[in-house]
Design a protein around this ligand. Structure first.
Ligand code: FAD
Ligand code: SIN
Length: 535
């Protein structure tokens, strides 16, 4: 079955939706998303969007904070572009109906780690849900937009999918859409488009403990890599220092804005330990706070540390963080009187698919924006709340670039249908679930906050075995969402470990005991991986 449109958008987080609204004024858009429309990392964002609105702040200060956090790997042109264009686009979100928290008409600005000023625009502690609500409402009512839920993109369509295609190496490859599994009908459809946008978010689910929802399996990164687009900096996985440690809510985040509001980190002995690690204490950049917690846990053999808000006015906490208050309360923790048990969890991938300043990938017609992209903004460590900002700016720029370019399409008859001949429907769920769990366990045990060459090499050997097994299973079996995700997660894990092994230094989020210091020679050098270089 074939569906044809001007533009195919894959993913319905902030990047995919904002891009969609921009191009829909001039093009027909089909947006496919693998679960319900709102289900995305965006929907769970708490802290907010970092952007310069205060008179005591400046673009230069935000640029400097971003570069400091990025530990020598940020691309300066990208940092300047994102931070300069950000405030205008935050205003446009407000015009689109997003209701940010304000005091008497002035935006209320929160504080998070690594920021030298209050600059986090937020909707209490439910910023992502509010953004998603407003953007989904606009997109659903736009006459040029069709949203298809429960549609999982599994492979991009390029020259390799043309009838009698010669190898595309050498000439610039094009993307003309994607093969997409319609989960309700259990059928793979061809979606053909002049332009395709990957906005599939991150890959937190390759780890056992993550703040990410189950959609975050790195699908876009894996699809682009298989199609030949370079991927970079995958070693820089950000662990959020404070995810709730409770058997009833394994992936619930306690926003960094809580520390920005004055919360203190204590170990089980009650000691405020951050002052031993960094003079910025609880508001040091995330990599430093997460490593400090990891060190406290290992030193004392504890399973969690604690956030202490008990010295802050109870009414203020309830009104500023209503979602965190209510969620913890439902689990028996009153955050105004009790300490909150927290541990670090995989949160964000700073690496991703390489793009230029317009969200363009190396394949013509293929754009990548949001968490799936490696634009150069974050370097070795993302500054808190710079992710929603990056997604907005690059979605906007990619939309402008899309409207300026209309690549030619081959006749649809020349593009191959999805071929599943020779595959069969084996219900071997146990193979998928076992491999998924094994992958997540080894990533958590061997590729966490503190790494070593021995552990990375051990992880690599096991991941290579898993990759072989999963690819073999994939060739023999009719595709399912779980199998697509496992295949992508295994490839993304391979990319993370491969990049980590190549970075023989400690920098930002990549800390290895074999090379505990940064190597000045590696400053400004991204770790680029391409399928054409793979052995
Ligand atoms: P997402 O919002 O993750 O959307 C991805 C979309 O792609 C989803 O709709 C998904 O279903 C779809 N998809 C994935 N694979 C496929 C496929 N194969 N086929 C079809 N559809 C697919 N950042 C900040 O800047 N500020 C914050 O306060 C903040 N808080 C956060 C709190 C939490 C708990 C988490 C998890 C992240 C937070 N982040 C925050 C990070 C930020 O939310 C994300 O980086 C950002 O929302 C990513 O947006 P996106 O549009 O790229 O992807
Ligand atoms: C948070 O609210 O702590 C998350 C902010 C972010 O990931 O940028």
């Amino acid at each position: 079955m074939t569906v044809q449109t001007d533009v195919l958008v894959i993913g319905s987080g902030i990047a995919g939706l904002f891009y969609t609204l921009r191009v829909a004024e001039h093009r027909k858009v089909i947006l496919v998303t693998k679960k319900q429309t709102v289900e995305s990392n965006t929907n769970y964002a708490q802290g907010g969007i970092a952007s310069v609105f205060s008179e005591t702040d400046s673009l230069q200060m935000h640029i400097d904070d971003t570069i400091t956090a990025g530990a020598g790997l940020c691309h300066l042109d990208v940092v300047e572009t994102v931070i300069t264009e950000g405030p205008g686009l935050v205003r446009e979100l407000i015009d689109l109906g997003v209701r940010f928290t304000s005091n008497g008409g002035t935006l209320d600005l929160g504080r998070e780690g690594g920021h030298s000023r209050n600059r986090i625009v937020h909707a209490k502690d439910l910023t992502g849900r509010e953004i998603e609500r407003a953007l989904v409402m606009r997109a659903q009512s736009h006459p040029n937009v069709t949203i298809l839920e429960n549609h999982v993109a599994l492979e991009l369509i390029t020259e390799h999918n043309l009838r009698g295609a010669a190898s595309a190496s050498g000439a610039r490859v094009h993307c003309w859409g994607a093969y997409v599994l319609d989960k309700e009908r259990s059928v793979v459809k061809r979606f053909l488009a002049r332009n395709t946008v990957l906005s599939t978010g991150g890959c937190g689910c390759v780890y056992l403990h993550t703040t990410n929802p189950s959609i975050a399996t790195g699908d876009g990164i894996a699809m682009a890599y298989r199609a030949g687009v370079p991927v970079a900096n995958m070693e820089f996985i950000q662990f959020h220092p404070t995810s709730l440690f409770h058997p009833g809510a394994r992936s619930f985040l306690i926003s960094e804005a809580v520390r920005g509001h004055g919360a203190i980190l204590r170990n089980r002995a009650g000691e405020r330990f951050m002052e031993r690690y960094d003079e910025r204490k609880e508001l040091a950049p995330r990599d430093i706070v997460a490593r400090a917690i990891d060190s406290e846990l290992k030193k004392h053999g504890d399973d969690c540390v604690f956030l202490d808000l008990t010295h802050l006015p109870a009414e203020d906490i309830q009104s500023r963080f209503p979602h965190i208050y209510a969620t913890c309360k439902s689990l028996g923790i009153d955050i105004t009187t009790d300490l909150i048990p927290v541990v670090p969890a995989a949160h964000y991938v700073c690496g991703g698919v390489c793009t230029d300043l317009h969200g363009r990938s190396s394949i013509r017609g293929l754009f990548v924006c949001g968490e799936s992209a490696m634009t150069g903004l974050h370097g070795a460590n993302r500054l808190a709340s710079n992710s929603l900002l990056e997604a907005l700016v690059f979605a906007n720029r990619a939309a402008a670039a899309t409207l300026a370019d209309t690549p030619a399409m081959p006749a649809s008859a020349d593009i191959l249908e999805w071929d599943d001949s020779g595959t069969y429907n084996t219900e071997e769920w146990v193979l998928i679930s076992h491999n998924r769990r094994e992958l997540q366990t080894l990533m958590s045990d061997y590729v966490g906050i503190v790494r070593s060459t021995l552990r990375l090499e051990r992880a690599m050997r096991r991941i290579e075995l898993l990759l072989g097994e999963v690819e073999d299973f994939h060739k023999r079996t009719r595709v399912s969402e779980h199998l697509i995700e496992l295949r992508n997660m295994t490839l993304v894990a391979h990319l993370i470990v491969g990049c980590a092994l190549r970075r023989a230094e400690s920098r930002g989020l990549h800390f290895t005991t074999d090379y505990p210091a940064p190597d000045p020679a590696l400053s400004q050098r991204d770790t680029v991986a391409s399928i054409f270089d793979a052995p």
